[in-house]
Design a protein around this ligand. Structure first.
Ligand code: ATP
Length: 359
């Protein structure tokens, strides 16, 4: 399977810089997710990989071959879309077989390949149905089968699970991951769902406003976000931000201070700024009923039970709503005074101007 290399890729639609100088590599057989909010340029990047859009500038290589001018049908890519894009008048069999028809493959071979891939995707009992007689999940399996039947070297996914309900999405994401691992096809998967990107991909390219903000493993983007955008996009609920902390150094200890709290960092940090934003993940903060060192006072605003755990929303004296995972056994009640105790080894500091990560 080929590796993919994208170099300083740009796509402008008039004044809109849909993709604005993006570079990344996908290793042979790797599963990479392009993650970001709506309109950040993920789909445009994918369509350039497929050959459907021509880049304004920049290069795309499959292995060492520049494919910029190679038309889609010669790139050996399979695509799976959000809306499945099945032909409504054709049966499931005909839909899956369609890409093979154009290739002058014998009837027996077509049948063999269609049945084989349908079995793999557990839809071999649906081959005589029309797409309208299928559930959303089944339609997506057909779309996947149609992409795979050509035995592509690269698989491109554009939000393939967005139209499915939450349960089915979880089932399908594990199945797609399993299938990709089994077949080892180099894959690029566009999504705005951070959980999908985190669970499925070996590396995640986080996009914002046409640019690639950070490219790393799920652990890297989660543990070491490059800036506030990544810190807020990765994780659910996202990182909480507390603003307006002044920074000082006393006895070689870095101290973060504002009206309602003083935080003494366990290790000295070279901040070079007078003010920082503190980032605390909901899973890296506990709730105390008594004031302890480095704790932020607040009032419980709302409690959201999730079954296994709960999310406690605490309003600070500054009016920020901070989300923290709590203990189901002894959940605090709305209106109760509490103290947020962050795990200081896991907090992040950000530059309030540039929003870049300091710690
Ligand atoms: P979504 O998740 O909503 O699909 P995306 O990250 O995939 O978002 P793109 O579809 O790549 O985003 O769009 C990036 C930007 O380019 C958007 O501002 C969009 O409006 C613009 N854009 C995309 N396609 C075209 C087009 N054919 N003509 C003009 N502008 C376009």
């Amino acid at each position: 399977m080929p590796s993919i290399r994208v170099v300083n890729l740009k796509k402008y639609f008039g004044k809109v810089k849909a993709v604005d100088g993006v570079s990344f590599e996908v290793k042979d057989g790797e599963f990479v997710a392009l993650l970001g909010p709506s309109g950040c340029g993920k789909t445009t990047t994918l369509l350039m990989l497929a050959g459907i859009y021509k880049p304004t500038s920049g290069e795309i290589y499959f292995d060492d071959v520049l494919v910029n001018d190679i038309p889609p049908k010669y790139r050996e890519v399979g695509m799976v879309f959000q809306n499945y894009a099945l032909y409504p008048h054709m049966t499931v069999f005909e839909n899956i077989a369609f890409p093979l028809r154009a290739r002058r493959i014998s009837k027996d071979e077509v049948e063999k390949r269609v049945v084989e891939i349908a079995r793999k995707l557990l839809i071999d009992n649906l081959l005589d149905r029309k797409p309208t007689q299928l559930s959303g999940g089944q339609q997506q399996r057909v779309a996947l089968a149609r992409a795979l039947v050509k035995q592509p070297k690269v698989l491109l996914f554009d939000e393939p699970l967005s139209n499915l309900d939450a349960n089915l999405r979880m089932i399908m994401r594990a199945e797609i991951k399993h299938l990709q691992q089994e077949l080892g096809i180099t894959s690029v998967y566009v999504t705005h769902d951070q959980a999908e990107a985190m669970t499925m991909a070996s590396r995640i390219a986080v996009f914002n406003q046409g640019k690639l903000v950070q490219y790393g493993t799920p652990d890297e983007v989660y543990d070491s976000p490059k800036n506030m955008f990544v810190a807020s996009f990765i994780g659910n609920p996202p990182t909480n931000f507390l603003r307006d902390f002044s920074v000082s150094v006393e006895n070689k200890q870095t101290i973060l201070k504002r009206d309602d709290v003083i935080i003494k960092l366990p290790e000295p940090v070279d901040v070079k700024l007078k003010e920082v934003v503190v980032g605390i993940r909901p899973e890296h903060c506990r709730i105390s009923r008594e004031r302890v060192e480095n704790s932020i006072p607040g009032v419980v605003y709302v409690v959201e039970p999730l079954g296994r755990d709960i999310i406690v929303n605490v309003k600070t004296e500054k009016g920020e709503i901070i989300k923290v995972f709590g203990d189901t056994g002894k959940a605090p009640q709305p209106g109760e005074n509490v103290f947020l105790v962050p795990d200081l080894r896991k907090i992040h500091l950000f530059n309030p101007e540039t929003e870049e990560t300091i710690l």
